[in-house]
Design a protein around this ligand. Structure first.
Ligand code: PXL
Length: 280
């Protein structure tokens, strides 16, 4: 069996587990070789810390990928997350063209906003750039905030119906991706999960687990990495959303029980064995 390779394109936040510091261990645990293209280096992520440093790596993208073009790389997936600049959105569209092969799965997590607000440094223009990138993807996994910003809809907070979620899923799929996963969905108190739409099958899928109160940083990135781990391990979309939900909530539960400061990220490391079992 030849090992699969992902190119993971997102930032390195040195402290505060998210983006590459979660994608690498999760994909590695799933048996996937993970090549990286760091979009920026920050001393911490931007959620809940003040005084963080930020080095934009936009100018390194082309020299790195120009070199890669000489390497005859087999690429099974390209996964993007938090980007350092608007210009990177265009550069990444080029990377999709240059490195896509018949088997390549392109996953775009438009990591830019949550709870009705953009992360610092992002705005509506950036959201439209993300929408353009989503058009080129096979699978996308926005949260409700990101979905609303890309579709230029008002953020509904917790006030939405299953029908509205299904309309949103279909609108996102109409942009291009064959599969859309909306995270952070809740239709009843105490339950939280994901809603998905498979365009080819014209089928909606849902998966919910216990809702743990509080805001746990980096969990969207953990979710998208675990989702990709499932897809690349040949799971169906409904299995992949279940595996990603169970793994993410297990890490959150552990962190709540330990009562550590959630801005430093969740203890997903102690749940990697759980992920491996879920993938079997
Ligand atoms: O988890 C998303 C994320 C990734 N990278 C950086 C962030 C955030 C969310 O705030 O600030 C740098």
């Amino acid at each position: 069996m030849t090992q699969k390779r992902v190119i993971s394109i997102q930032d390195i936040s040195c402290i505060g587990k998210c983006s590459l510091t979660v994608a690498l261990p999760i994909l590695s645990a799933a048996g996937i070789e993970t090549s990286i293209l760091p979009t920026a280096i920050l001393s911490t992520h931007t959620g809940g810390f003040t005084g963080f440093t930020f080095r934009d790596l936009t100018e390194d993208v082309e020299p790195i990928t120009d070199h890669w073009k000489t390497l005859d790389l087999k690429v099974d997936a390209i996964a993007t997350g938090y980007l350092g600049s608007e210009e990177q959105q265009q550069l990444i569209a080029g990377i999709f063209t240059d490195f896509r092969q018949p088997q390549t799965v392109i996953l775009v997590d438009p990591a830019m906003a949550d709870q009705g607000r953009f992360y610092p440094a992002f705005d509506q223009r950036f959201a439209l750039g993300m929408r353009d990138l989503c058009k080129l993807a096979d699978i996308i996994c926005p949260n409700i905030t990101e979905a609303c910003f890309m579709l230029e809809k008002p953020y509904p907070g917790d006030d939405y119906t299953q029908q509205q979620i299904e309309e949103m899923l279909k609108e996102l799929a109409a942009l291009g991706p064959a599969q859309v996963v909306l995270t952070g969905i809740s239709f009843e108190p105490g339950r939280l999960g994901a809603a998905a739409y498979d365009k080819e099958l014209d089928r909606f899928e849902y998966y919910f687990t216990e809702r743990i109160e509080g805001y746990y940083h980096g969990t969207g990135d953990i979710y998208s990495s675990a989702l990709l781990a499932g897809i690349l391990n040949d799971k169906t979309l409904d299995d992949a959303i279940r595996i990603a939900c169970e793994f993410t909530v297990a890490a959150i539960r552990r962190t709540r029980d330990a009562a550590t400061d959630p801005k430093f990220g969740v203890d997903f490391e102690h749940e990697l064995a759980t992920l491996i079992n879920l993938l079997k």
